[in-house]
Design a protein. Structure first.
Length: 91
């Protein structure tokens, strides 16, 4: 997580790809998108109804305790602090 060269490479590659995914230890960098990516992919491949069935079977009903999941909703000072540490890259 602290390897600046790897993180910069991921940022560059992500900007030019339709999907940015990973397996094994690399998934730690992309963990937040894990189940959402899987459901989106299932929806595109097998249809919305199948993706909804999968979501229901695994009882995936996220309700995060904080509304700070994007720079647009997080407190400004928190976003500024993380941008200064190069941990938030979204505008």
């Amino acid at each position: 997580m602290g390897d600046a060269a790897t993180l910069e490479w991921l940022r560059r590659v992500d900007a030019t790809t339709q999907w940015t995914t990973s397996v094994c230890s690399g998934s730690l960098l992309l963990a937040a998108a894990g189940i959402d990516l899987a459901l989106t992919l299932a929806g595109q491949v097998a249809g919305k109804r199948v993706a909804q069935k999968i979501q229901l079977v695994v009882e995936y009903d996220p309700s995060p305790p904080y509304d700070a999941g994007s720079p647009a909703r997080a407190p400004v000072e928190l976003v500024d602090e993380l941008r200064a540490a190069e941990l938030v890259v979204m505008p």
